[in-house]
Write a new protein. Structure first.
Length: 611
């Protein structure tokens, strides 16, 4: 071994039983990811969170903090190791809101199918393949326009394999997307590229029917839970931008495989793709520069509707398929919010509406008559379980509901009724409200000294929510307060800009996967949402995904989305007069706020129709 070489140790990751070779200067987080273990790292290995916890069962490590569960991003091997991975640190299959509601819209997709048949070449008729196809299309009243190189590379073999018959898939203007066997389906893919989760929908572009839907965790999460951390990685690391682009593209390829297997179709039958995402996700997927997006004044490379070749993104779809992206609005308000506005048009007609998609970055619009005011709130990952001591994804064992038990303790409901492993977003929100109601925390967020549920955890005061060790610390309370203050002050700024008060709000439309599962009463109780009658709140699930499907099936809806984006007036929150004072005013919890009951209130998981 030379002086510069590091020793290599064998590390076994339990309960997976996965062995790996780990260099002495390599952290266990880096080692785990190198062999494909998707260990969470909300802070991208900076050591500022506790999402990558491991327990050393055998062997010695450097830089340990003496705790039973240690951060994998902070420790390195000093000998061969056996380590246990925390259940809440593993990126397991999670609940992703993709179901939504189906809808009826006249199908006028950007691609269409034309069935053709032609004669084979002879020595007397040796016209080029494209000439023969153009003539066959003319007899069917269609015109052949551009034949992209990607399609031309596959056309000769397809024509001969299919005995000069087949389905010509054409875009507007006659551009040839693909030449498929006779009677082939013509499919489209709608994508909602979220910071935490990615949802995708496989649609039949002839009938408008949804064939399959699926959701996966965004693999970019390995580089940080929030967009700022990912942008920092992209800027500071030589290959950072390409790593993040590849992670997003791999997520999409995995989704395509899942959808096509479920529907029993081939990925090459996907002839059109429509995608939406926040500004950072849009830039990172496309490989666009993001340095200017991560610094004041937070400028996007483009907010225009963009189209690229889908295969340029590495997607295994039809050779000439395009991927169209929704227009952004400004700053961190991207195409996903435009898609949400499109999908909820039937709900925000008349009066004053607030539309919000709560996530690591929360976009909020206020609509009144023809005017739309929009802000972006840096709410962070706390309300999705990120950077919470016992936070985890919405997977098996995650606490999703919390209530007081009447004896100073709490009752927790977990996903699939499994043993409690941690708290997902809806559980974090419920826990904050339950702790506030029970007196375990006060209006300032301070943990009570003598409450029955208060315990000592790693030398700090914490609240025990569920045995054996699902706790809520003072740091967690503060994270919730910061997130809810960012969101509520965003609403305050919009109302002030419109010259309105909270009482003038006719409806609050809460969109997104997180918004589909939260308890509105809990959100109001901690001051995340304004104290309005419950009948004014509507939880609509993944509206951005619905907007993407509408635009996929209808060129008219794409045009409407562009028009909606242009109507929006973007307000940069930090530059607005009164923002800092509004933010500080909303840090504390509002005690004894009791939402008004409303008969006929829909269950949070049963949103009203968006059609």
């Amino acid at each position: 071994m030379t002086e510069t070489q590091q020793p290599s140790y064998r590390v076994v990751f339990e309960p997976l039983g996965e062995p790996a070779n780990c260099a002495g200067d390599e952290t266990l987080l880096t080692c785990a990811r190198a062999i494909g273990i998707r260990l969470l790292g909300a802070c991208n290995g900076q050591g500022t969170c506790r999402s990558c916890l491991v327990k050393v069962l055998e062997g010695e490590v450097t830089d340990g903090d003496g705790q039973e569960w240690q951060r994998a991003c902070r420790i390195k091997p000093r000998s061969n190791l056996v380590v246990e991975l925390s259940p809440r640190s593993l990126s397991t299959p999670e609940r992703t809101d993709v179901a939504g509601l189906d809808f009826s819209v006249p199908v006028e997709a950007a691609v269409r199918a034309v069935e053709v048949a032609m004669s084979a070449p002879t020595i007397e008729d040796c016209r080029a393949d494209t000439e023969r196809l153009a003539e066959a299309l003319r007899t069917r009243g269609a015109k052949l326009g551009v034949v992209p190189m990607e399609t031309l590379l596959e056309l000769p073999e397809a024509l001969r394999r299919q005995c000069w018959k087949g389905t010509a898939v054409l875009r507007d203007g006659g551009e040839l997307v693909a030449f498929r066997p006779p009677g082939s389906p013509v499919l489209g893919l709608a994508i909602d590229l979220g910071t935490t989760n990615v949802a995708a929908y496989l649609m039949d572009l002839r009938s408008g029917q949804r064939l399959a839907s699926a959701g996966l965790e965004n693999l970019q999460s390995a580089y940080g839970a929030d967009v700022v951390t990912r942008i920092t990685h992209a800027v500071r690391n030589k290959n950072g931008r390409s790593e993040l682009a590849q992670a997003a593209r791999t997520t999409l390829k995995m989704l395509i495989a899942v959808l096509c297997e479920e529907a029993g179709v081939a990925p090459a039958e996907i002839a059109d793709v429509v995608a939406c995402g926040n500004t950072a996700m849009h830039h990172l997927l496309l490989g666009l520069p993001v340095a200017q997006l991560g610094a004041v004044p937070f400028v996007a490379a483009s907010t225009d509707p963009l189209e690229v070749r889908a295969r340029d993104l590495g997607l295994p779809v039809a050779p000439g398929a395009h991927a169209a992206f929704f227009p952004g609005i400004g700053g961190y308000v991207g195409g996903d919010h435009t898609a949400t506005l499109l999908a909820t048009q039937g709900l925000h007609t008349g009066g004053v509406s607030i539309i919000m998609d709560i996530g690591t970055n929360t976009e909020i619009s206020l609509l009144r008559e023809t005017a739309i005011l929009t802000v972006s709130c840096p709410s962070g990952p706390a309300l999705e379980g990120g950077q919470i001591t016992c936070g985890m994804r919405a997977a098996r064992g995650a606490v999703e509901r919390v209530r007081e038990n009447g004896r100073g303790g709490f009752v927790c409901k977990t996903i699939e009724n499994a043993e409690p492993a941690g708290l997902c977003g809806s559980g974090v929100l419920d826990a904050a409200a339950a702790m506030l109601r029970s007196g375990a925390i006060d209006a300032t967020g301070r943990i009570a000294a003598h409450h029955p549920a208060v315990t000592q955890w790693q030398g700090r005061r914490a609240i025990l929510l569920a045995e054996p060790n699902v706790v809520f610390t003072g740091h967690d309370v503060r994270s919730v307060q910061l997130a809810k203050a960012a969101i509520r002050s965003g609403i305050d700024i919009l109302l002030a800009a419109a010259g309105l008060t909270e009482g003038r709000i006719d409806r609050v439309i809460v969109a997104g996967a997180f918004g589909a599962y939260i308890n509105i009463k809990s959100a109001v109780a901690i001051g995340l949402l304004p104290p309005l009658p419950l009948r004014r709140f509507h939880q609509v699930g993944n509206a951005a995904g619905l907007g993407a499907r509408l635009a996929l099936l209808s060129r008219s809806k794409r045009a409407e989305a562009i028009a909606l984006g242009r109507r929006c007036r973007y307000l940069e929150l930090a530059s607005q007069p009164g923002f800092q004072s509004a933010f500080m005013r909303r840090i504390g919890f509002q005690e004894n706020v009791k939402p008004h009951a409303s008969k006929g209130r829909r269950h949070p998981q049963s949103p009203p129709s968006l059609a």
